[in-house]
Design a protein around this ligand. Sequence first.
Ligand code: ADP
Ligand code: MG
Length: 686
Amino acid sequence: MNLFDSVESIKGVGPKTAEVLKKAGIKTMRDFFYTLPRDYETYAAPTSINEIRPGKVVIKGKIDSLTTRRARHRNLTITEGIVRDETGGVKVVWFNQNYRARQFTPEKEYYFTGNYELKNGRWSIISPSAALVSDIDPTSGLTPIYVAHGSLKSHDFKRFFNGARGKFAEIPDLLPTVKPGTRREMLFRAHFPNSPKDIEVSRQYLAYEELFELILAAKLNRRENEKLKSVSVPFDAEKIRGFVASLPFKLTNAQRRATWEIFQNMEKSVPMNRLLQGDVGSGKTMVAALAAYETILSGGQVALLAPTAILATQHFDSLSSLLEPFGVKTALLIGATKQKPALKRQIASGEINLIIGTHALLTDDTEFHNLALTIIDEQHRFGVEQRQKMVLKSPQGLAPHLLSMTATPIPRSLQLTVFGDLDVSILDELPAGRQPVETKILEEVEMREKLYPKMREILAEKPDIKGKGTKMHGQQIYWICKAIEDGMKGPISEATSVKTRTNKLREVFPDKTIEYLHGKMKPAEKNAVMERFANGEIDILVSTTVVEVGVDVPNATLMVIENAESYGLAQLHQLRGRVGRGASKAYCFLITSGDIQPSRRLRELEKSNDGFYLAEVDLKIRGPGEIYGSLQHGALDLRIASLSDTKLIARAQMDVEDFLQNPENMVKYKELMAGIAKYQQLTTLN
Ligand code: ADP
Ligand code: MG
């Protein structure tokens, strides 16, 4: 067997099944072996049916009277039957699992496990898992549960793995280190565990394998990046001091430190690959401005890439007013920009020093004269290819320096692994005078009593003088909704749309200007609304999460997030970060439907304003797979949650060092080297 053979070499998998597997991303034998169980069911120590008690039960028996029918009102089918042993019988019920009707043979004995409970006046076991007694190891009672893919259910995967039992012995090793066992043993244990310990040991090994790949990819990236050349940007102390002195505020110490790290880095003729992490409102834009100015002083061009037109426009406004007085030519390039060809000519000729834009910057016909620094704001919003495209715009074989910025703090353990090849600067200090945003969870029904009065107060509050608007008469409010149109389902109940909410608020605050904003509006419309909000012409902005990243309106001091339970922790923190950017006290209300207890996420948010702390909490609550997902758009998908295991990370790091000592390894471990290619693309400059 070769690991890269098609799955059709498995007993019971024909062309049709192979097609379904392929859709699920399972193409080769390797993919197949790594289709790990989602969980395990235990059928150990079954109870006699006459002795079962409410709660989770395991029973063993034959099933009869199996029927499937459609429920009267709802889109629901019900399959039920009676399971019997020598002591009695009990009803079992499944919902929308029609295949159950075909799963059982009347003469055969099965295990069932599920909750025994009173439902619609009858005691039954609801949606039990089931397995053929002869398929289960009698001592451990353990059996894997696989994620269903299309027509293929968990028991189909069990059948395939049973058919492929003999092939495990042919799995070659991936890594040189083989403690506590070989890969073939560890994968076998994952699919056919004899004990809970087996599951844990194999999980550890597979997590280790993944970490090894990630760390190796990061280290090789760094090696390769160090071979690239870039323009050295010298430090111009006098000009930089002049610029800093012109600012209306003093830089924070963290901003100074980060800027210094960047300057030192760019002085080298190896390209910088640096991530600037700073909580929302920590002043990353200012650091970017300094890096840009320094680069432009040395004669190079700078591109700043932002994920949305709103954000790009805002960066353009603030950076051009900061830098134009110092002779920097600035331009904005977004989808809505008119006269693109003329602008692109000016970029190509080098007439423009600083180009700020969205994806529109990435098109092939945008050429630079001498791009020396690329800045990517909210880097997690960009895919790998987009980042690479930007890097490819370098002139004459010289790679531009790269500064990525993110407000989604990356937990340390992640940094050590995937991002191990990046240099990191951290803004761990907010500008002086900032107060934490006071955060409260509120049920929808409490809005009239507890939220509206607060809103009235805010709208009557003296404007925050930091705001640039001239038309301000009070402070401003963001109101975040889940849906653009009515009828879109929230996770629990129907979510109120931006339009409906706008109308409702107009009734409550008839003398206020209330407008809405959402992603489906034309860019020009969006910009116009945002502009008016920034100028203080709009009192309440009802919006979807398009305002999530970066938007900076210091006079907005109250944030309301409706359907708060439907957002992730990082996203909620980002949204909340839109307020508390000025000198005034700011508030955030998390509105829940009240049907369920507020989740841990919301309670943590109520307690803390610290993005780094919240990121760690998020890692614990969700598991790193999902964090990666949100950071990297699924470019990385980790099979095993392992990034909170610092001991394992340390061990993998040491082993990777050893591995790299011997250049022959790079040739010898072909599968490993092929596997890490996908990780390498994540942060490479090449
Ligand atoms: P973020 O890190 O979230 O991108 P911004 O760069 O948008 O934050 O900065 C947030 C606000 O803080 C802006 O209004 C900016 O002008 C202001 N700001 C930045 N640095 C300082 C400072 N050192 N002192 C006071 N205000 C600052
Ligand atoms: Mg920002």
